[in-house]
Design a protein around this ligand. Structure first.
Ligand code: ADP
Ligand code: C5P
Length: 244
């Protein structure tokens, strides 16, 4: 028989006594793999929940005047290019239910906009997206679910050439030079090794509707457990232990 038998209780206290914490999802993958596209699709499908997106790119350090004179020698793909302390503080605050001001980064000037920020409010789901969001253990530990978007390098390079020349004010030679000198080596040294931390790997990014549907279903289940506790505060959540 496959009758479910409630043999295991996940908690000895009703779950409503634990404060509701946002569900934090990390989305990583190489440049132009489709991370933002996947995040947008998840957000669209979770339309009945409050979801916010935080981009690791927002935490790029602005270049000093000295660095600006040799911008072609700057490695934007190294973990040190980001202000990870600030990112940690920001996601930590969001996770504890506070709203935050996220910096706005300009890829054309390699600087942060000094006088404007994006207000990000507390929400049910926080998605943190970026090439190196799995690199730092402290950032990883904030996440309840980690997704790696896995797209072939030639497809990513083709997309990057188009995007950087159209949207980020670059010429094709500088894109190819930067790719060979920094982007590809850093992918091999830092991004690819962090794939092992992923819970879910999505081949083909935004084209993979099945994977995105499954992920959204999982998030809904996790959020639903909280909602159930709001409706039935004395109900204990029974984990899926089945006796066959
Ligand atoms: P990332 O956030 O990983 O850098 P994006 O989602 O921003 O990647 O995608 C990078 C570029 O590739 C964008 O210009 C986007 O429009 C394009 N792109 C993303 N996914 C697809 C896809 N499945 N098919 C075609 N173009 C895509
Ligand atoms: O959106 P995506 O994940 O591709 O953004 C990360 C990429 O942005 C990195 O590979 C880095 O080379 C590039 N970048 C850049 N110029 C900057 C900042 C980042 O080309 N000023």
């Amino acid at each position: 028989s496959t009758t479910p038998t409630p043999t295991h209780f996940s908690n000895t206290t009703p779950l409503d006594s634990t404060p509701k914490q946002p569900f934090v999802i990390g989305v990583s993958g190489g440049t132009a793999s489709g991370k933002t596209t996947v995040c947008d699709m998840i957000i669209q499908q979770l339309h009945d929940h409050r979801v916010v997106l935080v981009n690791q790119d927002s935490f790029y350090r602005g270049l000093t005047p000295e660095e600006m004179t040799r911008v072609h020698e700057y490695n934007f793909d190294h973990p040190d290019a980001f202000d990870t302390e600030q990112l940690l503080e920001c996601v930590g605050k969001l996770k504890s239910g506070l709203s935050v001001q996220v910096p706005i980064y300009d890829f054309k000037t390699h600087q942060r906009c000094s006088d404007s920020f994006r207000q990000v409010n507390a929400s049910d789901v926080i998605i943190l997206e970026g090439i190196l969001v799995f690199h730092d253990a402290r950032v990883r530990n904030l996440m309840s679910m980690k997704i790696f978007v896995d797209t072939d390098a030639d497809v990513r390079l083709a997309r990057r050439i188009r995007r950087d020349t159209v949207e980020r004010g670059r010429d094709i030679n500088s894109v190819l030079e930067q790719y060979a000198k920094f982007v590809k080596p850093a992918f091999d040294d830092f991004v690819l090794p962090s794939k092992k931390y992923a819970d879910v790997i999505i081949p083909r990014g935004g084209d993979n509707h099945v994977a995105i549907d499954l992920i959204v279903q999982h998030i809904r289940t996790k959020l639903g457990q909280h909602d159930l506790c709001k409706i039935y505060p004395n109900v204990y959540v029974i984990q899926s232990t089945f006796q066959i």
